[in-house]
Design a protein around this ligand. Sequence first.
Ligand SMILES: Cc1ncc(COP(=O)(O)O)c(C=O)c1O
Length: 388
Amino acid sequence: MNTFDQILNRKESGSVKWDFMQQKLGLSETDLLPMWVSDYDFKAPQVVLDALQQRVEHGIFGYAERDDAYYQATMDWYQSQHDTHIEREWITTVHGVLPGLAMALQMLTEKGDGIVMQSPGYGSFRKIIEFNDRLVVENPLKETEGKYQLDFDHLESCFANGAKAMIFCNPHNPTGRVWSESEMIKVAELCELYQVWLLSDEIWGDLVVGDAQYYSALRLPKALTQRLIVATAASKTFGLSSLRISNFMIPDELLRARFIRRLDAHGMDVFNSLSMSAATIAYQECSGWLIDLKNYLRSNIAKLEQFIQTELPEVKFVVPQAGYLTWLDCRALKLTDTELEQKFVTAKLVPSMGIAFGKEGSGFVRLNLGCPSASLDIALMRLKKALS
Ligand SMILES: Cc1ncc(COP(=O)(O)O)c(C=O)c1O
């Protein structure tokens, strides 16, 4: 049996996705199948579990720092997986991508400053921008037949109008788009031209499932990296999100010194020994696991595609280039977002509603396919019930 086929009970495990639908989404119905929060219903790789077990058996959890193995594993991973060279000193470590992005915004911009993000775009970007009293400046993606492109003219006008920073999501959540080398370079050139800080969130970078090539901003020519911070993490890749660990790679020395000082200012210069063990072993030993996982995700995505073609032809779906989040265009059904949500709740399936990703997401839903194929079968039946 494929290990990813195993159905594990996540209820009462403190899972946001499974246990907190009432608190977070206001849904009190029973037997809901959650396909919203982007984490897997799979066990983490066995070697990661073994390393954690071993670390627990050691039994001492005093203050910890990142050791050589942690740095080396991280650098080797980017070199071998993404042909991306990282200098050891570029690596700063934060307790999650969102906390690090929020800290970078606080450090680099002032209250009231405009921060650019694409729309549709990850809702938590909006949250950290707004809750830090900055303004969301939307750069809507251009969509044709489900394919998304950056609107560079509009982006330039956002910068010309004074935006101070941009959070760029590569690969992109929720559309699964992998931005090309030339697109990345163009974004960075515009940032340089208008002196805009570029925060490139590359948490999805390991999860390319199509033919597109992920081009990390860390590969940009040096002249384009002076205002660059790149967020990466093993957490999304290997299902370790609650271990709260990410790396913020900062090639520019002065910018890096400012960021490290900012981390120190928050007392964030001590690291979680369990998270470090997990991230280290994952990068050292789990490239094979990742290949298997991506094959599994591809087959889940293909199953959804087939199902939609035959059972729900009104729904438009383009296979994501990266990730396991699928972005379903339900606009042809001519439902309001509230009606659409209600239909899903009645069918006992819980996607993320597209409207949560900005007004360009209205009429869409995002379904998380990081689940065993048998759970997907149930989800497909419920999807049909909701939408047909
Ligand atoms: C684009 C993106 N950035 C960041 C995060 C969250 O990262 P973290 O859990 O490390 O804060 C997510 C989670 O879904 C995400 O999709």
